[in-house]
Design a protein around this ligand. Sequence first.
Ligand SMILES: Nc1ncnc2c1ncn2[C@@H]1O[C@H](COP(=O)(O)OP(=O)(O)OP(=O)(O)O)[C@@H](O)[C@H]1O
Ligand SMILES: [Mg+2]
Length: 223
Amino acid sequence: MNADQSLRIVAVVNQKGGVGKTTVAIQLAATLSRRRRVLVVDVDPQQSSVWWAGNARSALPFDFAGRPNVLVRLRELHATYDVVLVDTPGSLEDTKPLETVLDEVDFAVVPLTPEPLAVEPTIRTITTLIEPRHVRHAVVLNRIDPRIPAQLPTWRALLDSTWGIPRFDTHLRQYKTHADAPVLGRVVTTLRDNRSTAGVIADVTRLGHELSGMLEPAPVGSW
Ligand SMILES: Nc1ncnc2c1ncn2[C@@H]1O[C@H](COP(=O)(O)OP(=O)(O)OP(=O)(O)O)[C@@H](O)[C@H]1O
Ligand SMILES: [Mg+2]
């Protein structure tokens, strides 16, 4: 098999709770499913992704697995899927499930909300769990409020200059559509495209394109 076509396993991780891991995992799965065969694996005991999928009236454009033990056989899934997205728990205590996931993945997406309390757990996740495994990773700023003009440049500068943490160029803005999506079982590909959903669809679509670019084989000499 050509390396370009091999399975890519992507974890959405941050030990800080509530930063948007489930939102990012499910919405990325939806947008990537336009061009790839996608599986979502939910290893969070809360099973939020599975709950979200259960609320969907129409079929979602990707498959689901709620059982963590699927992870053991992930690499065997390459004939069936192009991308596996793993939704993980936000916990500072029991890091074992997260470590098991990070041992298997090609890339880690780290959602971060612009809140001071989210900073320390996010940096800890990256420096103690992701970097030691040499897993390629990038932060995606989530819940950015366009009514606060200084917010985005401030948080980008913190990531780029103060902490030196790689990030996506794309950020996700704060929208009620995101907050309503789980209970309605909606994803970007099943939302009606109108004035109130256009921002969500645009942000997630752009993030999907950016992630796809990052999942291409790394140039020789880099990781
Ligand atoms: N960009 C956004 N705009 C508005 N609401 C958002 C956005 N992103 C996430 N939310 C909401 O914030 C809450 C937390 O998001 P989510 O459940 O995705 O986080 P999580 O990191 O998976 O949490 P946990 O650590 O508990 O698993 C949810 O109610 C979600 O709908
Ligand atoms: Mg979650």
